[in-house]
Design a protein around this ligand. Structure first.
Ligand code: DLL
Length: 430
């Protein structure tokens, strides 16, 4: 089933013609923003020089730093009065990025979400629990209006009060839940504690942070549902940019609304299908806040075309962020790799924290991981054996030595929104 079959399956020349038309419109829209007029002048390029979709490669990049400097309304291409909603990014340092939406933007956004919800098999009348933060975070209202548009019964549950969330799932006969994968894991854990099952739940839409295939396996087993990966970022409306279809082999990025490139984050050079790099997106229908070649910082790769579901362009699941990548004694480490290793070991649980320190000028990685209740005997010889096994498994995959600390079940923090599992303590040591 499709929400918009024509757009979702558009191919070849028809797709290219539409992308080019929309790219030109986006560039005209961008030229209403002083930042872009300056950027294009500096780069010695005019929008009229773009005559084919591939010409996008000639255009300069936009970076997160540029958006920050434009705080609050510097990137608006429409009068502020035409902006009917604002969201902000969940930045932890400095000012957030403000994202504005016109009525048309909100309609486009809801439409994309409706495509995703339909793609994973939801139908009009299904009950949908939206267990993400409803504030400035785009996950709440984004999914809310997309769900209503396609006729789902939307429960704006928000986050927190996990026992109540489980109760609502059972009382309202919820079919699908949307939350971060870390919160889904917490819900599973609380359900286990109180001995609850959630028999009506068939579908889980999880995103807003990186999560591994092993995490999917765990969530599907514990919650007894089918779990789909959902990707988006506030700068591109929010969720709904790319989503898994039932093949669960890469995410379809909506090719009529987002032009995607993968580049080498160091050199800026464009990479081909199958080559891992940073994703750069030029949105094609954004009215209030058009962007040109936005550096997402997210690491992925383009997949070859040809999905069994009939839809177009796919990317791989996000491996991590170009800027979150930890460089430990010269080796690149992504937190998602650590998660993958830990979830593959039956002796340890699903919760971990990563600490980075600099000791005698050397980076040290310490990983705290919770034991499983079943394996937590407290016997020292058992602990030593498990610790050795975890350390060896991590060394095999990461290629570096780590200090593993086993902790009692239930000791590490739980997250309702995006998990913050990496604590870099190297700053301030200089
Ligand atoms: O997280 C939008 C969203 C809401 C997506 C709900 C999915 C579900 P931001 O707060 O601006 O927006 O954060 C965007 O989160 O650049 C990625 O680094 C990361 N991210 C989002 N989805 C995924 C995912 C929302 N499925 C940033 N896998 C992005 C990995 C993800 N990382």
């Amino acid at each position: 089933m499709f929400w918009d079959e024509k757009m979702e399956t558009l191919r070849g020349k028809d797709l290219e013609a539409l992308q080019l038309k929309r790219l030109k419109w986006t560039l005209a829209q961008a030229m209403k923003v002083p930042f872009y007029r300056g950027l294009f002048r500096e780069a010695g390029i005019r929008p009229a020089d773009v005559k084919a979709v591939d010409d996008v490669e000639k255009l300069p990049f936009t970076r997160k730093k540029d958006l920050r400097e434009g705080y609050p309304f510097g990137f608006l291409a429409v009068p502020r009065q035409k902006v009917v909603r604002i969201h902000t990014t969940s930045g932890t340092t400095g000012k957030p990025t403000v994202v504005g939406y016109t009525k048309r933007d909100l309609a486009h956004w809801a439409d994309l979400i409706a495509r995703n919800l339909t793609m994973v098999g939801l139908r009009e009348g299904d009950v949908f629990q939206n267990a993400v933060n409803y504030g400035l975070f785009t996950g709440g209202l984004g999914f809310h209006y997309g769900g209503e548009l396609m006729g789902l019964t939307v429960i704006p549950a928000g986050t927190g009060n996990t026992k109540r969330q489980i109760e609502m799932i059972n009382d309202f006969g919820v079919d699908a839940i949307h939350c971060t994968p870390s919160y889904a894991m917490h819900i599973a854990e609380v359900a286990e504690e109180i001995g609850a099952t959630m028999p009506t739940l068939t579908t889980g839409l999880f995103g807003a942070e990186p999560w591994s295939e092993s995490m999917r396996t765990e969530l599907e087993r514990k919650l007894d549902l089918s779990a789909f990966d959902s990707y988006g970022l506030s700068e591109m409306y929010g969720p709904g940019v790319a989503f898994e279809c039932p093949e669960k082999d890469g995410l379809h990025i909506w090719h009529d609304c987002y032009l995607v490139e993968i580049i080498d984050p160091e050199t800026g050079e464009t990479l081909g299908a199958g080559e891992r790099g940073e994703m750069v997106i030029t949105p094609l229908v954004k009215e209030a806040m058009p962007l040109v070649r936005y550096r997402t910082g997210d690491m992925t790769m383009l997949r070859e075309d040809g999905c069994a579901c009939g839809r177009g362009q796919k990317i791989s699941r996000i491996l991590g962020r170009a800027d979150d990548m930890l460089v430990i004694r010269g080796i690149n480490v992504f937190p998602s790799q650590i998660e993958h290793v830990l979830l593959g070991l039956p002796e340890v649980g699903d919760h971990f924290m990563v600490y980075v320190d600099r000791v005698n000028y050397l980076d040290e990685l310490t990983i705290e991981v919770e034991m499983k209740r079943e394996t937590f005997s407290g016997e020292l010889s058992d602990l030593a054996r498990i610790q050795k096994r975890v350390t060896a498994a991590l060394r095999d995959v990461l290629g570096i030595r780590t200090a593993v600390k086993l902790v009692e079940p239930g000791l590490l923090p739980r997250f309702e929104g995006k998990a913050k599992r990496v604590v870099d303590r190297r700053g301030g040591l200089f």
